[in-house]
Design a protein around this ligand. Structure first.
Ligand SMILES: Cc1ncc(COP(=O)(O)O)c(C=O)c1O
Length: 397
C-alpha cells in the first residue's frame, strides 16, 4: 500500500516511482534495495549517523523567527536554517547517511552527480572524512556558474569530471554517473543527491533528509506551542530538501505543503524547469515520474538561472503529491528569485542560495494570514552564487 511517507515494496508512490534500469545495473540496485532498510534501522548505524549529524554537520539547525519578513508579509515566518549545516546546505544530511551505508556494503569508491555543486561538495566532504575515493560528475555549464564549489571539491580531494552532453547540466551529469556505476558495479556506491533515481533511492534520501521536519516539529512546539504550522514551503529541484521538510507533516492534513519550482524565464517561454506544470508521466534516471518532454517523448532541456533547480523531472514522491493535490506547486521566475535574494539579505541578514530564494519568493502567493505560522526551509546559503548575484546586480536592486 502506498502512503505518502512510504512507497510500495517495489518503490511506487501511486503511479510514480519504480526501478526502470538497464539489466547491467540490476545487481547494484538490488543489493541496495535488499539492505537499506535493515542498515538504516541498525542501532550502531543510527548511533554513528546521529553523532555525525550533531558533531560534524552541526545539527540541530536553528528554527529562526524572521521578524522583519513576518512584518512585511503580515504572517509569522520561521526559517529552518539548513544553510548553517556544514558545507552550507541540506545536502550533507544525505551524504553522511549514504557514506555510512556504503561502508556497510563494503564499497570503497564513491561517485556522485551534482548541479549547484552543493551535493558534490557534501559528497567530497564525507569521502575525505572517511578516506574514500570520490568522483563527481558535473555539467560543464554548471562548472562555470558554480566555480567556487568546483574548487572546494578539488580541495577536498575529489575528482570533478565534466559532463559535456545535452544542456551540460544536472541531467547530463546524472547520466554520466549512471554510466560509471554500470562499468564499476562491485566496488562503487553511487550517492544520488536527491529523491530521484530508481527505487530505493527516493525513499532512502527522503528518510535521510527527514531529520529536517523531525527537528521542526520539536522546535515549533517550543516556539509556538504547537508542533504543526499552517504552511511548510520548500524549493524543488529533484525534491530532497522539500521531502525532508515535508516528511513528518505528510500525514497531517492541516499542514499545507508548498513546493516551489523554477519557472526560469517563464512557464511558456520554452526556458523553464517547472516540471509539475509542463511535465507528463515518463521515465528519467530509472524512475517513472513527471517529466518535461516533447511529443516524441524526448526530454526537453530544462532551464533555470539556478543550477540546483534546472532538472527536467521531479522525484516520484513529489509527482504523487502533485497528482493527489497533497502539495501545492508554485513556479517562480529567475527575476522574482533574484529579488527575493535581496529581500532576505536586507531584511534578515541572511544571504540565501539562489535555489532557496525561489521558496522565499513564494511568500507573497501563499495567502497566509497574521495568525498563521509559515516555515520556509532555508535549504542553503548564497556564497556559491555570489558571482551570479554580482552579474545580475541590477535585478537585485
Ligand atoms: C541550496 C540548495 N537548495 C535546493 C537544491 C535543490 O535540490 P533538492 O530539490 O534535491 O533539495 C539544491 C541543489 O543543488 C541546493 O544546492
Amino acid at each position: 500500500m502506498t502512503t505518502y511517507k512510504e512507497p510500495t515494496a517495489r518503490g511506487y508512490y501511486g503511479q510514480f516511482g519504480g526501478a526502470f534500469i538497464p539489466e547491467m545495473l540490476y545487481p547494484n540496485v538490488e543489493e541496495l534495495r535488499d539492505n537499506y532498510l535493515n542498515i538504516l534501522a541498525d542501532p550502531e548505524f543510527q548511533r554513528e549517523y546521529q553523532m555525525l549529524l550533531r558533531d560534524f554537520v552541526g545539527r540541530p539547525t536553528p528554527l529562526f523567527e524572521a521578524k522583519r519578513l513576518s512584518k512585511k508579509y503580515n504572517t509569522r515566518i520561521f526559517l529552518k536554517r539548513e544553510d548553517l549545516c556544514h558545507t552550507g546546505a541540506h545536502k550533507v544530511n544525505n551524504t553522511v547517511g549514504q557514506i555510512l551505508l556504503a561502508q556497510r556494503l563494503g564499497k570503497t569508491r564513491i561517485i556522485a552527480e551534482t548541479g549547484a555543486g552543493q551535493h558534490g561538495v557534501a559528497t567530497a566532504t564525507v569521502c575525505a572524512l572517511m578516506g574514500m575515493e570520490c568522483i563527481v560528475y558535473m555539467g560543464s555549464v554548471d562548472m562555470e556558474r558554480q566555480r567556487p564549489n568546483v574548487e572546494r571539491m578539488r580541495l577536498l580531494g575529489a575528482e570533478v569530471r565534466p559532463a559535456t552532453s545535452g544542456s551540460q547540466t544536472l541531467k547530463d551529469a546524472t547520466n554520466e554517473a549512471i554510466r560509471d556505476w554500470i562499468s564499476n558495479p562491485v566496488d562503487t556506491h553511487y550517492i544520488i543527491g536527491s529523491v530521484v533515481g530508481p527505487h530505493p533511492y527516493p525513499d532512502l534520501v527522503a528518510r535521510l533528509q527527514a531529520i529536517i521536519s523531525e527537528e521542526m516539529r520539536k522546535q515549533l512546539l517550543e516556539k509556538t506551542g504547537s508542533e504543526l504550522p499552517q504552511y511548510v514551503v520548500a524549493c524543488v529541484g529533484g525534491g530532497s530538501n522539500a521531502a525532508g521538510a515535508f516528511y513528518h507533516f505528510l500525514d497531517e492534513p492541516s499542514v499545507k505543503l508548498v513546493a516551489v519550482e523554477a519557472a526560469g524565464h517563464g512557464i511558456t517561454s520554452g526556458h523553464s524547469a517547472a516540471t509539475s506544470v509542463l511535465g507528463k508521466p515518463g521515465i528519467i534516471h530509472g524512475s517513472r515520474t513527471l517529466l518535461m518532454q516533447d511529443e516524441d517523448g524526448q526530454i526537453t532541456e530544462p532551464y533555470s538561472l539556478s543550477a540546483g533547480l534546472d532538472y527536467p523531472g521531479i522525484g516520484p514522491l513529489h509527482a504523487y503529491l502533485a497528482a493527489e493535490g497533497r502539495a501545492q506547486f508554485i513556479s517562480i521566475e529567475d527575476e522574482q528569485a533574484l529579488r527575493a535574494v535581496a529581500e532576505c539579505s536586507r531584511l534578515e541578514g541572511i544571504i540565501p542560495a539562489l535555489e532557496t530564494a525561489h521558496a522565499l519568493a513564494a511568500l507573497g502567493q501563499l495567502g497566509a494570514g497574521p495568525d498563521d505560522v509559515v516555515v520556509i526551509n532555508l535549504s542553503g546559503r548564497g556564497d556559491k552564487d555570489l558571482e551570479t548575484y554580482m552579474k545580475y546586480a541590477d535585478s537585485i536592486q
